[in-house]
Ligand binder design. Structure first.
Ligand code: PY5
Length: 306
């Protein structure tokens, strides 16, 4: 799906025309994967566009930077305001939001500390990452032959650009084999997560998701779904999963900002089948929440025109 251009991109404090938002070819991060980023969404509501859990995402961006000893030149509050402004000036009802902090041009050694930290925020309309059909009827998953990066190889709690080479290998392997998305096991053989999503299985009415010690990212959608499920009276546990737990699940789904909530139809050709009752209920409630239709979770929305 090609990126749909909007008007302006926020770059280091200024709103720059979309086509002018350029970086030098010797930008440090292009060579060594030394950036950190976020994926955020704004949804249409009856009070105009609202960004879902904006401050939580920007805090995670700051945490990612801390993990790589990157000095963020803007505070959480400043980036929250910059994000709101970028959504506002581009006049979009709903969009995906991509803030990135990266090391700019000037140094080429592996010591990143002397490099200048640059920050930009782009927004554009982006439909469901795994497609509307996937959201409705589920996607076909493949357990990857690539393992999720070990937390002692890279700090996987960070959304670091270089870490995503691992995700890309798994994604391409799955696509070339005719599947929609990959599931990565960790170095101990337990299920970690997907290439850009967390995952849940449902067994005997209980929702189970791998713990963060599996190497899974602490997804904001994952956290939101855990809260929503418990409020709906569904038991949720964090527990290690084997690949056979995926094959024998009653229901399974993945969660992420770009993908949203997507049922799994099958894993390695073992049929899970049509989206189940708990999956549907979580999907339905989540979409109502992000569109501002559930008062109980109104603190999760940041209205850009407020
Ligand atoms: N795990 C990984 C490795 C991720 O990259 C993401 C988000 C998640 C889990 C889910 O986290 P959250 O619920 O906080 O979004 N992935 C990005 C996203 O914007 C990039 C996907 C292309 O969804």
């Amino acid at each position: 799906m090609p990126i749909q251009a909007t008007d302006k991109i926020w770059m280091d404090g200024e709103l720059v025309a979309w086509d002018e938002a350029r970086v030098h070819v010797l930008t440090h991060t292009l060579h060594y994967g030394s950036g950190v980023f976020e994926g955020i969404r704004a949804y249409p509501t009856k009070n105009g566009p609202a960004v879902f859990r904006l401050t939580d995402h920007i805090k995670r961006l700051h945490d990612s930077a801390d993990l790589f000893l990157m000095d963020m030149p803007y505070s959480v509050d400043e980036l929250v305001e910059a994000t709101r402004e970028t959504v506002r000036v581009n006049n979009v009802e709903s969009c995906y939001i991509r803030p990135i902090a990266y090391l700019g041009y000037g140094e080429m050694g592996l010591n990143p500390l002397p490099c200048e930290v640059k920050v930009s925020i782009a927004v554009w309309p982006w439909g469901s990452y795994l497609g509307d059909e996937g959201v409705r009827n589920g996607v076909r998953m493949k357990v990857s032959s690539w393992r999720r990066i070990d937390p002692n190889v890279n700090p996987v709690a960070a959304k670091g650009t270089g870490i995503y080479v691992n995700s890309q290998l798994a994604k391409v392997e799955a696509l070339k084999a005719g599947y929609d998305e990959a599931i990565l096991l960790n170095t101990h053989g337990f299920v970690a997560e997907c290439t850009g999503e967390n995952l849940f299985v449902v067994k005997n009415g209980v929702m189970i998701t791998p713990p963060l010690s599996s190497g899974a990212l602490e997804g904001i959608t994952r956290a939101s779904v855990i809260t929503i499920a418990r409020d709906l009276g569904v038991e949720v546990r964090e527990d290690n999963l084997l690949r056979s737990d995926l094959y024998l699940a009653d229901e399974a789904f993945l969660t992420g900002t770009a993908a949203e909530i997507v049922p799994m139809r099958s894993v390695d050709d073992r049929e899970i089948g049509d989206p189940g009752e708990i999956t549907r209920k979580i999907q339905e409630t989540y979409f109502a929440v992000v569109h501002g239709e559930e008062d109980r979770y109104k603190d999760w929305l940041d209205y850009v025109n407020a």
